[in-house]
Design a protein around this ligand. Structure first.
Ligand code: ADP
Length: 244
């Protein structure tokens, strides 16, 4: 079973800007895949198609066998867990617990079952102790982890993370990596942090100019300096791909 299938997805914004020109990709259940690419490549546009914020101008998106369409949006949004770059776009309740309970409660969970789901999601991101605190009292890294928990509480088929390492200090960045590695869930992460992609994702895609320009083992892609340069991707100063 594939978590995600995108076929010949093309999309132009209402002003005529063509952002995607026929994207094909398949992500199998349990894979962790990085989506790399320069600014303007179409990454955000692609992500917005995964849970139907935008709908296909041409082509199709299928999540765990369910096509993303107007009549399947409710189901698709439960299955695709989008973690925004800014956790403050995702957390708006008085306590961490309320934020994590929001989605499952909306989906009809109540009482002990709801408590169990919330506790489990917070445990998975190491934030159970903060359950009764207001999100705005937490550090940025903690808020990002709570944002991940809000999505995990919906038992998603695929977790889609937008720049998960942005604005994190090195310790928080490493803690989040450990959490992501421990999750038994399909992950697609959009990132400019190439070492993070290497650390967490065996496979990477390069989206460039609205098409998939490369799809392969992260290590191989990042070792190809010409490929990186062609798509305005750069490893940090002094970073060398470690030998296998
Ligand atoms: P990325 O996330 O990789 O930086 P985007 O998906 O944001 O790329 O953008 C892809 C292309 O679509 C760019 O040319 C961008 O200028 C254009 N674009 C993005 N949002 C809009 C919009 N709302 N209206 C028109 N063009 C847009």
């Amino acid at each position: 079973m594939n978590s995600l299938e995108v076929r010949q997805l093309a999309y132009a914004y209402p002003d005529g800007t063509q952002a995607l020109f026929g994207v094909d990709l398949t992500i199998a259940r349990g894979e962790r895949v990085a989506l790399l690419g320069p600014n303007g490549a179409g990454k955000t546009t692609l992500v917005m198609h995964l849970n139907g914020i935008l709908t296909a101008g041409h082509g199709s998106v299928t999540v765990a066998g369910t096509p993303v369409r107007k009549d399947t949006l409710k189901e698709v949004r439960q299955r695709v867990g989008l973690v925004f770059q800014d956790p403050d776009d995702q957390l708006f309740m008085p306590t961490v617990r309320d934020d994590v309970a929001f989605g499952p409660a909306n989906a009809g969970l109540r009482g002990a079952e709801l408590d169990r789901v919330v506790t489990e999601a917070l445990e998975r991101v190491g934030m159970l102790e903060a359950a009764d605190r207001p999100p705005h009292h937490l550090s940025f890294g903690q808020r990002r982890r709570v944002a991940v928990a809000t999505v995990l509480a919906m038992a998603p088929e695929i977790l889609v993370l937008d720049e998960p390492s942005s604005n994190l200090d090195p310790a928080a960045r490493r803690e989040l990596a450990e959490i992501l590695r421990s999750l038994d869930v399909t992950v697609l992460m959009v990132t400019h942090d190439l070492p993070y992609a290497l650390e967490l994702c065996e496979r990477s895609l390069i989206l460039s100019g609205g098409v998939i320009a490369a799809d392969g083992p992260t290590r191989e892609l990042l070792a190809d300096s010409e490929l990186l340069a062609r798509h305005r991707l750069e490893l940090p100063y002094g970073f060398a791909i470690p030998a296998v």
